[in-house]
Design a protein around this ligand. Structure first.
Ligand code: BGC
Length: 456
């Protein structure tokens, strides 16, 4: 392999390859999970904002009066859908573009650029008083979120020590849930304001997450696998040494690097790189019937993310407040929405342990079963006795149990798996395609006008 003056020590004992995980190394890898706050907050804050009376009046050009009973008013469903879905459209495109950038300019630089694009989108949103600017801001911010969400997973999976990789990537999902919770709290705090602060404060706070992530990553090292892919072994050894807290010439660093290089060289023989189009085309090569072909991996990654969205979780996090409001039997829909996000946060850490203890597959199977049962019960209650107070309380309890199953299984599981299944020559594209699939299905599964019947 060209480019490096590093003497590589090969090993066949994979258990002894990696250095012990020091607290500093752990914290460095865990910091990237902060990107989840960014992702979660951005997708979560809009839920409450769209139900705020001041927002409804401003965007619909309605005169505002304190004594008007506006509780029954809501933004037209198609406008809510447009505002929500355009972020996902931007993220879909952003994730795909980011897959390219991550190989050309590096994982870390791509994420930092995503933060910059996102900031531009947020400024437009904060400045908006009409739909056009708001939607434009959401699409641009979405591009930034797409960059960050696709490449953070790649970056975290590549820098984390193998032993704790699953738990660390689950930490990313945990941060997504904290982001959604923070968004609910901020919405809760500003919902009754009678000025533009009601929506501008929740929007502007997002900038903080982008700044923290961008600056933090600036101080963190690039992924060693990116340097190996570019043939810069000296730089790969240096960043690995920073990440593992061991000297460059230590056996740990030499052995781990040797393993990365050996894997990459083997994978290059199996998947020759070729030109630009080839590098995308490689993701679809191989037989559909061979479990380890690239095609099968790409189908697995994209369909896992699709199924994660098809669990329907975002109905709760995007439209929960509006849904609870329109049930007509709940006195404080914002509070119920806040509770659902709390259940999401508290259930996710269970996966830190279970994902390593039981493995990815069993977790996904049991989680799906749990959600299926809860969804059936919620649907049955909804269509049989949906206006009865007690029935509605039972329905909300089952929604919470359903969230518990999602948060402890499919939420983190889908991200952990896509970070692990792709070989290095197609990893950035594979993860980007899978993340884009998440956003695509996120976008097409939740246009509210399709859900109108469930919302009376
Ligand atoms: C999903 C998001 C969802 C979140 C909820 C993530 O894994 O990709 O769409 O909003 O979990 O916690």
């Amino acid at each position: 392999m060209p480019g490096g003056a590093v003497d590589l020590v090969a090993t066949s004992d994979v258990e002894h390859v990696e250095a012990p995980v020091t607290l500093k190394a752990y914290m460095m890898c865990a910091f990237a999970a902060f990107g989840g706050i960014f992702f979660g907050y951005d997708s979560g804050y809009i839920n409450g904002v769209l139900s705020m009376n001041y927002v409804i009046h401003t965007y619909e050009n309605l005169p505002y009066s304190d004594d008007t009973n506006t509780a029954i008013w809501a933004l037209p469903s198609w406008k809510q859908s447009m505002i929500v879905s355009f972020l996902s459209l931007g993220t879909f495109l952003g994730a795909l573009i980011a897959g390219d950038c991550a190989d050309f300019i590096g994982r870390r630089t791509t994420i930092i650029s995503g933060c910059g694009i996102f900031l531009a989108g947020v400024i437009l949103q904060v400045a908006s008083t009409n739909y056009k600017l708001l939607v434009a801001g959401r699409v641009i911010a979405g591009l930034g979120v797409g960059f960050v969400s696709a490449i953070i997973i790649l970056y975290m999976s590549e820098i984390s020590p193998r032993k704790v990789r699953g738990a660390l990537v689950s930490g990313y999902q945990f941060c997504i849930t904290i982001g959604i919770l923070l968004a609910s709290c901020v919405d809760y705090g500003t919902q009754n304001r009678l000025d533009t602060g009601s929506y501008r404060i929740p929007m502007a706070i997002q900038m903080l997450w982008a700044l923290i992530l961008g600056v933090g990553l600036f101080l963190l090292p690039e992924s060693p696998r990116y340097f190996v892919k570019r043939g810069q072994l000296d730089r790969a050894a240096n960043v690995l040494s920073r990440l593992r807290g061991q000297p460059v010439d230590s056996e740990y660093i030499q052995q781990e690097l040797a393993e990365i290089v050996a894997n990459h060289e083997y994978e290059l023989q199996v998947i020759p790189q070729g030109n630009y189009f080839n590098s995308w085309f490689n993701c679809f090569r191989g037989s559909l019937w061979k479990p380890n072909s690239n095609l099968r991996r790409t189908i697995l990654g994209t369909s896992l993310q699709m199924m994660q969205q098809w669990t329907g979780i975002n109905f709760i996090f995007y439209y929960g407040t509006a849904f609870f409001k329109q049930l007509g039997t709940i006195s404080n829909p914002f509070l119920i929405s806040l509770i659902t996000t709390l259940v999401n946060v508290c259930s996710t850490p269970i996966s830190f342990w279970t994902i390593e203890r039981f493995g990815r597959r069993p977790l996904l199977i049991w989680g799906a079963l749990g959600m299926l049962i809860c969804e059936f019960i919620v649907a049955i209650i909804g269509v049989t006795d949906g206006q009865n107070h007690k029935a509605v309380s039972a329905m909300i309890s089952f929604i919470c149990i359903y969230i518990f199953f999602f948060a402890s299984t499919w939420g983190p599981g889908a991200w952990v798996v896509i970070g692990e299944i792709f070989p290095l020559p197609i990893r950035s594209r594979g993860v980007a395609l899978s993340t884009a699939s998440n956003w695509l299905w996120n976008c097409v599964s939740f246009p509210k006008f399709l859900l109108r019947n469930s919302m009376r």
